[in-house]
Write a new protein. Sequence first.
Length: 157
Amino acid sequence: KRIQRSEAYESALFTGSMEGRQQKRKKPIKVTKNDDLGCGIMIGDEQIQLSWDNLDRYRRNAWTDYNRAITQLSKMQKERKSAPVEELKKSEREERAEIRHREYLKRTVAPLVRWRNNPANADKLASFRQDETGAIVPVDKTPATPDTQPIPVPEAA
């Protein structure tokens, strides 16, 4: 819209300048075949140089803003098109990282060992015990029972 407005300002400035020149020379105010030449001469007129400078600055700013908006729009459209692809790549990277982390833990973490806690009774606390046959033997002669050995239990995932 601003670019169209700047073009309309330029057209109005040329038209007004030419009409003023025609009126000053007491000629009929109308479009002639020499108007293009007259507009070229009007550009060099020092009396309206400030108007031309303002128009030129307005036009340059309008075009700069327009080009900036087009660039930003292109960038946003490109980002919108690539967003699903980037999201998929991100999820794949996270999944691969999780797999690598699990493999690393398998290689570096010792298996979990749980000790079974057996409540002590009076027979076990005594210095003599009964073996499988029922005979009483000293504790230091008793073989280790399986329930006192560590039982490796895999960690639940």
